[in-house]
Design a protein. Structure first.
Length: 353
């Protein structure tokens, strides 16, 4: 097999590497005089660059002064009796390989200007590494900022998809599906998907009580709680919950067991009994029962229905009884005051005006 190379390839390689290769007759390297090989060497030398010619001494072997002490590489060409000598050092080869690899990986490319010497290549390698690190830091932070901006929206879409999957799996009727979606969307628009109890559960009780008192200050400022001690108010604030009603939704139905007293924060509601409107409730109204200390089931005497979107706060009767047991000196005052502060008494058997 004969290796055929295009003319002038060594000259082009020499220009690119700065350290050219030279073909030298094998007999010259072995110290054997051969006029035929010398002629071939002299003929081929006309196609090489000037430094190569100057480096050839009288024997046709590459002179050591050309490479400044670098190692000379020899390679036999099949059937030609020639050797390939010269070329870059091992260090220069590794630096060039690393430079090319980093240029390709960092998508910098060579462009019209590229590094030639080892020093230039090492400098380019360091610059590319620093640039890649800065690119990762800057764009990584930008990506994190954008993700935080859209994290709440992503959570909303995730919850919506979960709700739709739940409706599809359990085959809920269309009317119930519409009520669920409307309630979910409206509630999300109010609290932005933040569960206060879940958010505050890891805080100490002292701090949680102060936060709860601030959140529920509108309810705790009612005349009903004026005579309560600070400790009693803090205990009450921890058991106050929030609720929401969409238009047309029933908060309480007639004959149901009353489980809490409710405070209307916003919106309007109506009290119905046998399809008759008994009262219209608005912001600041309190509905419940005046008989709260006895361990008995309290039946409601009317229905409470939302006319608009309503925000409500409520205190469960079970939690209220526990707090009143702890603060017995306030319990009797509470029972007396609530009879006057209730906007509508839902206890069955209570005669309404």
């Amino acid at each position: 097999m004969v290796l055929v190379l295009p003319p002038g390839w060594l000259h082009e390689l020499a220009k690119r590497l700065g350290t050219p290769y030279f073909m030298t007759p094998l007999t010259s390297l072995l110290g054997v005089s051969d006029s035929h090989h010398s002629a071939v060497t002299a003929t081929n030398s006309s196609h090489w660059n000037a430094p190569g010619l100057e480096a050839l001494n009288g024997t046709g072997v590459v002179g050591p002064a050309l490479w400044n002490g670098t190692r000379t590489r020899l390679k036999m060409l099949n059937g030609s009796g020639m050797t390939l000598s010269g070329g870059p050092s091992v260090r220069s080869s590794y630096v060039t390989s690393l430079y090319f690899a980093l240029s390709s990986l960092t998508s910098v490319g060579f462009g019209n200007v590229s590094a030639n010497t080892d020093s230039e290549k090492i400098f380019s390698i360091c610059t590319m590494l620093i640039g890649a690190l800065m690119h990762a830091v800057v764009f990584g932070n930008v990506t994190a900022i954008i993700q935080r901006m859209y994290s709440r929206r992503s959570l909303y879409h995730t919850r919506t998809k979960d709700l739709k999957d739940f409706i599809r799996v359990h085959r809920l009727p269309k009317a119930l599906e519409q009520r669920m979606m409307e309630c979910f969307q409206t509630t999300w628009s109010v609290n932005n998907g933040i569960d206060v109890s879940e958010l505050l559960k890891d805080f100490p009780d002292e701090l949680r009580a102060d936060i709860a008192m601030h959140l529920n200050k509108e309810l705790l400022q009612l005349p009903l709680f004026e005579s309560a001690s600070r400790g009693c108010l803090r205990s009450l604030s921890l058991i106050i919950k929030t609720s929401f009603c969409a238009p047309g939704e029933f908060l309480i139905r007639q004959g149901d067991a009353l489980q809490a007293i409710y405070f209307v924060c916003s919106g309007s509601m109506e009290v119905l009994k046998d399809n008759t409107v008994l009262a219209i409730l608005g912001r600041g109204d309190l509905i419940g029962s005046d008989c709260l200390t006895q361990e008995e089931v309290i039946k409601t005497n009317a229905c409470v229905k939302a006319l608009t979107y309503c925000d409500l706060q409520y205190i469960s009767l079970k939690g209220l009884r526990e707090v009143l047991c702890l603060y017995s000196d306030y319990a009797q005052k509470f029972i007396t005051e609530i009879q006057h502060d209730l906007t509508y008494n839902l206890r069955e058997g209570h005669s309404t005006e």
